[in-house]
Design a protein around this ligand. Structure first.
Ligand code: GDP
Ligand code: K
Ligand code: MG
Length: 290
């Protein structure tokens, strides 16, 4: 019997959803940062093994929408909820347990659920035992699994739990497919991740990245990208003194992109100011957020 299905990861911001997707795939597809709302899109990663195929989706954390961009992000979460065969409800071991369960209750899930407690590396054994007891009483999940996505612990248990719940089906994608997103998309995301790491507070939330040129030359890939911000002052910050900051973004991103493409890369970055892009349908569409 062959099994295949859609397994989607849900949870509060920073629960470790993107880290888990990468750990399950053994490949860095989703960008990760300690800041909330790093993930803006639904990102799919596909695992194909003899006998089964799992199509995993990482989703933006569940939040109350403040901008049109947030509404689009939550629409992505909602559609992911609707087409999951198995929903992984991910919580941080240190998050308030009752809050998390209330949030999961509020999703009115129809999909089969696995409750996944991440960051078990942050709790002592006694505390983990108490937590397990409480979560098993919740009764709405088919299984409760403890993991550390960062330390890659408990992933075997999680895969087994998923496989038991996966429907009988043919594969959905050819066996060598890793994702349904384009290379350009991942390049833009890798640049965006560096901005999340290098700047505090508001800058990352006002930034989008657009790849404007992607050319495979004989010995390297030439990539141009625009970093979009909402104000002139932010442009100045991204550029930095004598262009120091943008050079740093470029050199950090280039290392990741070269690893991802397995090719030498020439990366050219520009900064553009687009007032209120987060509330503008045309821009949101251009940046792939709709
Ligand atoms: P997301 O917002 O749910 O996608 O969370 P991310 O995957 O971006 O991770 C948020 C933060 O939690 C990052 O700093 C991760 O390195 C960290 N993190 C993720 N998984 C673990 C884990 O298992 N243990 C610990 N200690 N930290 C983790
Ligand atoms: K995050
Ligand atoms: Mg994420």
């Amino acid at each position: 019997m062959h099994r295949a299905g859609f397994v989607n990861i849900f949870g509060k911001p920073n629960a470790g959803k993107s880290t888990l997707l990468n750990a399950l795939l053994g490949e860095k597809l989703a960008i990760v940062s300690p800041k909330v709302q790093t993930t803006r899109h639904r990102i799919t990663g596909i695992v194909t093994e003899p006998g089964y195929q799992v199509v995993f989706s990482d989703t933006p954390g569940i939040i109350d929408p403040k901008y049109k961009m947030h509404e689009k992000m939550m629409a992505a979460v909602k559609s992911a909820l609707e087409d999951a065969d198995v929903a992984l409800l991910l919580m941080d071991a240190k998050d308030d347990t009752e809050d998390c369960l209330a949030l999961f209750d509020s999703l009115k899930l129809k999909a089969t659920c696995i409750l996944v407690v991440n960051k078990m590396d942050n709790l002592e054994k006694a505390a983990l035992d108490t937590l397990r007891e409480r979560l098993e009483k919740w009764g709405k999940a088919k299984a409760v699994v403890f993991i550390s996505a960062l330390q890659k612990k408990g992933l075997g248990d999680l895969k087994n739990a998923i496989l038991q719940l996966l429907p009988e089906s043919e594969a959905f994608y050819p066996e060598d497919t890793l994702t349904d997103r384009s290379t350009r998309f991942f390049v833009a995301e890798m640049i965006r991740e560096k901005i999340f790491h290098l700047f505090d507070e508001e800058i990352p939330y006002h930034t989008a990245v657009l790849v404007t040129q992607f050319q495979e030359k004989a010995t390297l890939t030439k990539i141009s990208a625009e970093i979009i911000v909402t104000r002139e002052t932010q442009k100045g910050i991204i550029l930095g003194e004598k262009g120091k900051s943008i050079r740093e973004i470029g050199s950090l991103a280039r290392v990741d992109i070269e690893k991802f493409l397995d090719r030498k890369v020439f990366l050219e970055l520009h900064v553009k100011v687009r007032d209120k892009w987060r509330d503008n349908d045309t821009y949101l569409r251009e940046y792939g957020l709709i």
